[in-house]
Design a protein around this ligand. Structure first.
Ligand code: FES
Length: 154
């Protein structure tokens, strides 16, 4: 058993989602983790077999409709009723299955990344990806968090 230790299940649950950047071939990939299965009122036993009801899932951080992040650095992923909601047009993707049956992205499924939970920690086990760093790459002008204001008075 191997894999890169990403974070803990507790952290993913506390924050609602957790993102990292990985390398696939010569491209960087954004990936985010979201809680599954343990959601309040959730779907813990619908067909779960072989202990495969992992409490966390990993998805490529890109809507299937357009080039839009689902997890954003400032706010994380917006989740509602067991789904991740795209901030651009509002399509909702099942956090456990990655599937979407509504809105612009209806009929599509997010690309899943293999992770495994051991001792309450989440490991990246996908052979195609190599972990690079926590968080997302800086984009041109996507981050607006540094509006500094000084209070110099004369
Ligand atoms: S970009 Fe996500 S639904 Fe349109």
């Amino acid at each position: 058993m191997s894999g890169y230790r990403l974070t803990t299940v507790e952290t993913v649950r506390e924050r609602g989602s957790w993102a990292f950047t990985a390398r696939e071939g010569d491209a960087d990939r954004e990936v985010f983790l979201v809680p599954c299965a343990d959601e309040p009122g959730g779907k813990t036993d619908a067909g779960a077999t072989d202990g495969e009801d992992q409490p966390v899932r990993a998805w490529i951080n890109r809507c299937t409709h357009e080039d839009q992040r689902l997890h954003r650095e400032e706010v994380g992923a917006v989740t509602r009723g067991g789904s991740v909601v795209c901030p651009k047009h509002g399509s909702a993707f099942d956090t456990c299955e990655g599937s979407c049956d509504n809105g612009e992205a209806a009929g599509t499924t997010l690309r899943s990344i293999d992770v495994e939970v051991r001792d309450c920690a989440v490991f990246l086990t996908d052979d195609d990806l190599t972990y690079l760093y926590e968080g997302l790459p800086d984009d041109d002008g996507d981050d607006q968090g540094s509006a500094s204001s000084s209070h110099l008075t004369f």
